[in-house]
Structure formats: C-alpha cells, structure tokens
Design a protein around this ligand. Structure first.
Ligand code: ADP
Ligand code: MG
Length: 273
C-alpha cells in the first residue's frame, strides 16, 4: 500500500454539483473511506436530507437519531452527533435525517444562517484539541442537489469545492451556473473558496461520447481535473445496499482501485492548497 501524505492542516472539501445522480455521494463516501483506510483522520458531513452518505457508511439515520439537523438548527455540538463508521475506525460521520428537508426553510430566520456549519466545525476542531484527539486531516461535505442554504453553509465551511462530473452528454449543462454561484459565495461569504478538484465519474470507456466529454472538461479545467477517472462499475453501485463503500466491500475491484487512486492524487496535491 502506498503512503498517503497528511495535509499540513485540515482540508475542508465540499462535494457539489446541482445535478442529482452525478456521483456526489458515491464520490464523498469512497474518497473518505480510501483516505481513512490509508491511515488519515476523516470526517464526513452528510447535509443531504436523503441521507445516502450516512447509509453508505453504515450509520443509523432514522428520524430519532441526533443529526446534523440538530447541529444546524438547535445548536447541538457536532461532537454529540458524530458516529464512527463500523468498517473504518478513522472515519467519522455526522449523519443526516429527514428533518433536514425542513432545514432550508428553518435556517432562513436564524442568526448567522450561512455560517452555522462553519461555526460547528470550528467548535468541533477545538473540542478535539481539548480532548487530545488527533487533528482531522479531511472533512468532506456531501451536498444536496440544490443551491439552497444547506449548500451555502457547505460552501462557507469549506476551502475547496470538488465537482464530480458524469461523462455523458449533458455533463456540462448547469456547470456554468454552479461556477457563477461559487463566484458569488467567494465575493460575499467566503473569499478563500476555490474549485480545487474535478473528478470524472461513471466513465464508460466503450463510448466515444465519454471520451469526448472527458477531453472537453480537461480542456476547460486543466488544473483541476484529476488524472484518475472513475469507471462505471456494478460493484460501486451495489456497495451501498450492503451499507458499505466499495473500498471495504470489494477492495480489489476496479471501482475501489480508481477511487483509491483519486484519493491519493488529491492527497498529493495537498501542498498546493
Ligand atoms: P448524487 O449524490 O450526485 O445524487 P450518487 O452518488 O447517489 O449521486 O449516484 C447516483 C447513482 O449512480 C447511485 O445509484 C450510485 O450507486 C450510482 N453510481 C455512482 N457512481 C457510479 C459508478 N461509478 N458506477 C456505477 N454506478 C454509479
Ligand atoms: Mg447524493
């Protein structure tokens, strides 16, 4: 196994794309699992009311569970809702519950509505330090497919945006809107935010279209696009039904290896951020 470098300070990445079904959640959980398996301390924040990341990581998230909803709305400390992934001891998860569906509306009238996740994360970092726990290396935030206040909270809490792009015909549609929104966040709420990483997902090497889309994205974003590409893989898509990531479910599959490769590439770029 390759040695994966530890970042000089905690890296906060938001996985975002306002299109649904492009692989945001799959990318979040598998990169997080790959880094945790490599010995790094990782936290996943699930802020999608669907709670798919919580499911894939084997974390309970029925409506009675204390969740990121309570952190954002009721000021519960993040430490009180975090659970450890049963498969990977270094992987921590703040689960989402269905209550989050109402949070978009409830946030509107709260003080510092855009900064609530950032404050919770800062507070959690201090708690870990106070308790002598190791510093987090990576925080991944899995966003819902919309640009409401939950996603705004993620953009404010993060330094980096990672955009998964599905290699198909409409892949670039909506991307310019996403980039405009990120610019707006940079201007008004978080000047440090950058699109650091683009990952090509669900790549089907048998089609010319996938190769064309990949080339086009690489031309537009030569700095950001990772060399690693995630293939379309049945193992990746079936892992969540076993409440696992493909990294633990089938570590030698091409899907697992490609996510591991992407994770290493992200970690090796850490010096640039
Ligand atoms: P999003 O979070 O953007 O809505 P998901 O990560 O949930 O997208 O992925 C959408 C669907 O595609 C899921 O059923 C997931 O299992 C499947 N999927 C994601 N990546 C792959 C892949 N590389 N190969 C096959 N299926 C995939
Ligand atoms: Mg999702």
């Amino acid at each position: 196994e390759r040695k994966v470098p530890t970042p000089p300070k905690t890296r906060y990445l938001t996985i975002s794309n306002q299109k649904g079904g492009v692989g945001k959640t799959t990318t979040t959980v598998n990169l997080a699992a790959a880094l945790a398996k490599s010995g790094l301390n990782v936290l996943v924040i699930d802020i999608d009311p669907q709670g798919n990341a919580s499911t894939a990581l084997g974390i309970e998230h029925h409506s009675e569970v204390d969740s990121i909803y309570d952190v954002l709305i009721n000021d519960l400390p993040l430490a009180d809702v975090i659970a450890t992934c049963p498969e990977l001891p270094l992987l921590q998860v703040a689960p989402a519950t269905i209550h989050l569906a109402g949070a978009e509306i409830e946030l509107v009238s709260l003080v510092a509505r855009e900064q609530r996740l950032q404050r919770a994360l800062d507070d959690y970092a201090r708690t870990r330090q106070r308790e002598g726990l190791p510093r987090l290396d990576y925080v991944f935030i899995d966003c819902p497919p919309s640009l409401g206040l939950l996603t705004v909270n993620a953009f404010v809490a993060a330094r980096e945006v990672l955009i998964p792009i599905q290699c198909e015909y409409y892949a670039l549609e909506g991307l310019s809107q996403l980039l405009k929104n990120i610019e707006m966040i940079q201007k008004h709420l978080n000047s440090k935010l950058t699109v650091s990483t683009i990952l090509l997902t669900m790549y089907d090497g048998r089609t010319n279209l996938a190769a064309q889309v990949a080339n086009e994205v690489r031309e537009h974003f030569p700095e950001q696009v990772l060399g690693a590409v995630i293939p379309r893989s049945v193992r990746i898509s079936e892992a969540p039904s076993y409440q696992q990531t493909v990294i633990t479910y089938d570590p030698s599959s091409t899907g697992a290896l490609s996510y591991m490769e992407a994770a290493i590439e992200i970690a090796e770029r850490a010096v640039r951020v």
